[in-house]
Design a protein. Structure first.
Length: 215
């Protein structure tokens, strides 16, 4: 870890939270990823001082963690073509309530970058789904690698976590990298008038746990 600084957060709907933001040296991909520690995060760690652990006597605590890939269009500009902005907002509130970490990963467009993501949007407008559009650009369906995320979690002693995600690939990669995912907690379904096909593609093509029947 290279820096720890406290930042007050405020979202457009008025929700506020405070985050201890960590930066790092030596991450494997050299990118400027951030870890936001929220709520009573120290007590959520196995070495924390939260007192008696609820549940099975032998089970140490595990912080709630979200790996959130940067999405400028959704996170900043409120684009409704994806569900990234609402997922970010939801994750901050849920993690702050329980204690844990939000990793903000600089992996725009599932790793292909901002301009390429917008190029993929144009192909989606022509009829391709979100994965086929990436492939048509000569890129991978999903180029994200979570090695740096595992490094960041290890740096804050969070090697046993509850993962807030609908994406099974995140849990599989973290497990292979030595992070024990004891539970995968689904996020809410954030359906707009513009992202149904996008969510259906994630559900059908990469087994995201998204139930659109009640949305």
């Amino acid at each position: 870890m290279r820096t720890q600084v406290r930042i007050p957060l405020r979202f457009p709907d008025g929700y506020t939270a405070a985050a201890d933001v960590f930066t790092f040296d030596g991450l494997v991909d050299g990118k400027e990823h951030l870890l936001l520690a929220l709520g009573e995060w120290q007590g959520a760690l196995p070495t924390g001082d939260a007192g008696p652990v609820s549940g099975p006597a032998s089970a140490p605590p595990a912080p709630l963690v979200r790996l959130h890939s940067e999405c400028l269009t959704g996170d900043v500009f409120g684009s409704e073509r994806c569900d990234c902005g609402p997922q970010l907002r939801e994750a901050v509130e849920r993690i702050a309530a329980e204690g844990g970490f939000l990793l903000y990963l600089r992996q725009e467009g599932r790793g292909i970058g901002l301009y390429a993501k917008l190029d993929a949007y144009a192909l989606q407008d022509a009829g391709l789904d979100t994965y086929a559009a990436n492939v048509a650009l000569g890129r991978g369906e999903d180029e994200r690698d979570y090695t740096a995320a595992a490094q960041m979690l290890s740096a804050v002693a969070a090697e046993r976590i509850r993962l807030l995600s609908n994406n099974p690939d995140k849990a599989e990669q973290l497990g292979a990298l030595g992070i024990e995912v004891v539970d995968r907690v689904a996020t809410s379904v954030h359906l707009s008038g513009f992202n149904r096909k996008y969510l259906e593609s994630k559900r059908d093509h990469t087994a995201h746990t998204i139930d659109l029947s009640a949305a």
